[in-house]
Ligand binder design. Structure first.
Ligand code: ATP
Ligand code: SF4
Ligand code: MG
Length: 336
């Protein structure tokens, strides 16, 4: 593994077992998160972005399990790996908070309404032995809130989550995630519920974390616009597979998978007003229990051939560190 990789996911398969049916939610997913870079995992609803994040965090629900593949974290003194035998990712749970932290779409997933924000951040610091006592922990909480751009942190630290606005709650959750100085941040659609101005501020904060703390960030989004703003690397996901990945500038300027192109064509461009030729992606994602036989994108793809209906394309290299999973990659230049 390259020295610059901090989390490596290799050929990961995760199944859900519900009502005696099996949903193969991850079907051989591989990617590397590199040190000090932002990797965006992008795709429509239901394509298994959250399953990927939860597998890394050891947060998969009971009705699911890792069938095969591995996840390796190399940020600790000794690399930590989970493989098939450790199906719930127990080894990885030890890394939670201290090495890898996660933030969610709804801050209330992480914040408890009955305790003050300061109390919750200081609990995190005390639990992980990052503070000498409660007083020290509260002082550190004030500084954490301040560094996340919350004004009057001495006062805010004693307030409850419901006294915070949506954007401030998101900042408080990031402050809590940052409490133990993790090396990796996993952010699962952290701004979907926020208005665009606040969204931009939270993204600004993420860029700052990357630049000032050398954080490695796995950012999950369904929005190609976010990818264009923030990503160093991108992995495009469709129905449990990565269909295209590589450096963001490569993938965005020279997308080769029809799905990536379709996602890009659906982004509004700032400043072009309302009369843009936005093209929503035709059709919808298939029922995971009734999948197409061959390429999963086949029923929605304008380039599909007979081969696509019966065979699943393999990953192929289409440029420097640029991978695409399609029988007929589009090589006719960029769409940006
Ligand atoms: N708790 C669960 N129980 C049963 N199936 C689940 C569960 N969580 C996820 N799945 C299944 O796994 C697949 C991927 O879901 P996932 O939540 O990862 O999608 P996603 O890409 O995060 O979508 P969204 O953008 O809506 O958050 C779906 O088919 C979903 O039904
Ligand atoms: S393999 Fe075929 S159906 Fe799938 S994306 Fe490529 S061209 Fe379209
Ligand atoms: Mg999700």
């Amino acid at each position: 593994m390259n020295d610059d990789v901090i989390v490596s996911v290799q050929d990961l398969h995760v199944n859900f077992y519900t009502n005696q049916r099996c949903n193969k939610a991850l079907r051989g997913v591989s990617f590397d998160l590199k040190k000090g870079r932002i990797l965006c995992v992008v795709g429509e609803s239901g394509c298994s972005k959250s399953v990927t994040a939860n597998a890394i965090m050891g947060l998969l629900p009971d009705l699911s399990r890792i069938e095969s593949g591995s996840i390796t974290y190399t940020g600790a003194e000794e690399p930590v790996q989970i493989e098939k035998l450790d199906r719930k990712g127990k080894d990885f749970r030890k890394l939670r908070g201290e090495e890898i932290a996660m933030i969610f779409q709804d801050p209330m997933t992480a914040l408890n309404p009955v305790f003050t924000v300061g109390y919750q951040i200081s609990e995190m610091l005390l639990q992980h032995k990052k503070a000498k006592n409660r007083k020290d922990a509260m002082e550190q909480s004030v500084e954490l809130l301040r560094s996340m751009g919350i004004s009057l942190p001495e006062q805010r630290v004693n307030e409850y989550p419901h006294q915070f606005s949506g954007g401030m709650r998101q900042r408080a959750m990031i402050a809590m995630a940052m409490a133990c100085k993790p090396k990796v941040l996993i952010a699962d659609e952290p701004t979907t519920a926020l208005d665009v101005t606040i969204q931009a501020q939270i993204f600004e904060l993420m860029l700052e974390l990357k630049n000032t703390r050398d954080m490695s960030i796995l950012l999950i989004t369904h929005d190609m616009g976010v990818v264009a703003e923030l990503a160093d690397d991108v992995a495009v996901m469709y129905m449990g597979n990565i269909v295209e990945s590589g450096p963001a500038d490569q993938v965005l300027t020279n997308p080769q998978h029809p799905y990536t192109r379709a996602l890009i064509a659906s982004i509004p461009v700032l400043g072009r007003g309302h009369n843009q030729d936005l093209q929503p992606i035709r059709g919808s994602t298939p029922d995971p229990f009734d999948r197409p036989k061959g390429c999963q994108f086949c029923p929605r793809c304008d380039y599909a051939t007979e081969q696509c209906q019966t065979q699943m394309p393999e990953e192929a290299t289409v440029g420097p560190r640029h991978m695409c999973r399609c029988f007929h990659p589009i090589q006719e230049g960029g769409v940006f």
